[in-house]
Design a protein around this ligand. Sequence first.
Ligand code: CA2
Length: 160
Amino acid sequence: MTPRPIVLLLSGPNLNLLGERQPLIYGSATLDDLVGLARATADAHGLDLEHVQSNHEGDLVDAVQGARGRCAALVVNAAALTHYGRSLHDALLTFEGPLVELHISNPHSREEWRHESVVSPIATAVVAGFGGAGYRLAIDGVAELLRPPPAGSTEEGSDR
Ligand code: CA2
């Protein structure tokens, strides 16, 4: 049996506290709930999901390095590291597959310092502002990005 493509979901600092505080911004689901939603969605698409949460940037860098050549795609909610995590940025640059940046809230509608992202400029796509449902939408998006193009089509489409 061919192994299923692996999607690595990364969760940055403090996301382990989801469900305990700030429900008005982040909802009442726990991180386990959201990872469960992502895993069920991945499974429905024939994908395996791995998850790493850490409060330490270096652990996330290690996880990205470990995904190279092994995982088909990355979904990254880097939490506050989104806004200043330069070594995470450099690690993500080395990943060869699709990279989806994920946020529960919409950082652009919040404080000014959340408007900058070190992930967005190198991301294939961004999912933000959908609350916990973003975990399902991000995996649906990954499945779309990994879907092989229909036979006979080109990268830009087949009508030219
Ligand atoms: O909206 C998102 O998903 C964020 O990545 C969440 C980060 C924030 O720094 C980003 O700007 C946007 C914060 C995650 C911390 O989550 C907490 C959950 C409960 C209690 C305290 C923090």
